[in-house]
Design a protein around this ligand. Structure first.
Ligand code: NAD
Length: 343
């Protein structure tokens, strides 16, 4: 098996993470030939990391020894760079969000079709262990049918970096973390989206949203809350899900958490407890034999790594795990939310 030779455009946080971590882990299928970044200091870093630094974008695109290009630049440059790479005969992996809007994405996809090249978006959070755990619970009905799913990422560091603060570069949290969380939920739930209500927040005074709260309902009855915050000094759990047979909580990316399931034992009614200055039986904890506390289930990654899949798509004509139609659906949704906001 000969690894696909990659050139990377953009050697910032994510470009260097691909080169030094993600692609390295998939070295049987992909290798980095060289890098190009518009900032000379990032070219220097790439060289210090042991990579060839192309002197210009044309030099990178004209390298006949490469098969593919990874685009890891700010969001507003993805379309132009993707089309240039496709025209140069390269397959393309593009960072998320794929583009600024569906019109741009359609232009990219038309070019990929014309050039007969693979174009795939790095929706890497479909491989997150916490998400895979929720997906397994949903599909295997570990807690019975899930009817409420709450997915949150919350920090207290504001919006990071420079371009993420600006609309023209595609900044803001909806296009940053939102694209991951909506992608996960729409990939998970096998039923049409019925309604969506989103409230973007501007607490930090930037021109772009610094977080949001979204409430979605699906035709199969599942209700979803997606929340992103950058001013949360106390974050809520990463996942909280309710099923007909129990509840699960995943606190963080280290997979701390638990499941509590109903035992359906014949059991006496809960005893009333003192709650504040009142008394309640409704909100008293269930009797000990009425529930069991379980560890979160172990999960195996059910599909090959991103780059193993990309290789399979390019070399063997395999099925992409991240389909462009799915990416377009998420982008269309985000585009609608942002259009509503600017009215
Ligand atoms: P960054 O600012 O750290 O890096 C971007 C780099 O691109 C910079 O070094 C900049 O000089 C360079 N650049 C800008 N325009 C360029 C051009 N026209 N040609 C060549 N180089 C250019 O940003 P980042 O955090 O690495 O984000 C880059 C992309 O990766 C964004 O689309 C972002 O949404 C995505 N991203 C994805 C994930 C993920 O988990 N999938 C995580 C972080 C970022």
């Amino acid at each position: 098996m000969k690894p696909l030779q990659f050139a990377i455009i953009g050697y910032g946080g994510m470009g260097s993470y691909h080169a030094k971590t993600i692609m390295k882990k998939s070295s049987e299928v992909v290798a980095v030939k060289g890098v190009y970044d518009i900032k000379s200091e990032r070219q220097d870093v790439a060289q210090a990391d042991g990579f060839l630094a192309y002197e210009s974008l044309p030099e990178l695109l004209e390298d006949e020894t490469t098969d593919a290009v990874l685009i890891a630049t700010p969001n507003d440059s993805h379309k132009e760079l993707a089309i240039a790479a496709l025209k140069a005969g390269k397959h393309v992996v593009c960072e998320k969000p794929v583009a600024m809007n569906t019109k741009e994405l359609d232009e990219i996809l038309a070019e990929a079709k014309k050039c007969k090249r693979t174009f795939m978006v790095h929706q890497n959070r479909r491989w997150d262990p916490d998400f895979l755990m929720i997906r397994q619970m949903y599909q295997e009905k570990t807690l019975g049918d899930l009817f409420q799913i709450e997915s949150r990422v919350q920090g207290a560091n504001g919006i990071p970096g420079d371009w993420r603060h600006l609309q023209k570069h595609g900044g803001g949290m909806l296009l940053d973390w939102g694209v991951h969380l909506f992608d996960q939920l729409l990939f998970l739930i096998d039923s049409p989206l019925q309604t969506i209500q989103t409230d973007l927040s501007y607490i930090l005074g930037d021109e772009v949203d610094d977080g949001f709260h979204s409430y979605l309902t699906f035709e199969n009855g599942v209700k979803v809350i997606i929340e992103v915050g950058t001013t949360n000094y106390i974050p809520l759990p990463r996942w909280y899900v309710k099923g007909m047979e129990g509840t699960a909580l995943i606190s963080d990316w280290d997979l701390n958490g638990k499941m509590v399931k109903a035992t359906h034992e014949e059991t006496a009614a809960p005893k009333p407890i003192q709650a504040g200055v009142g008394l309640t039986k409704t909100m008293a904890p269930p009797r000990e034999d009425a529930t069991e506390v379980l560890s979160l289930p172990a999960v195996e990654t059910p599909y090959p790594s991103f780059y193993a899949n990309f290789y399979d798509v390019v070399v063997n004509g395999g099925e992409p795990i991240v389909k462009n139609s799915e990416v377009r659906r998420v982008l269309a949704l985000l585009e609608t939310i942002l259009a509503e906001e600017s009215k």
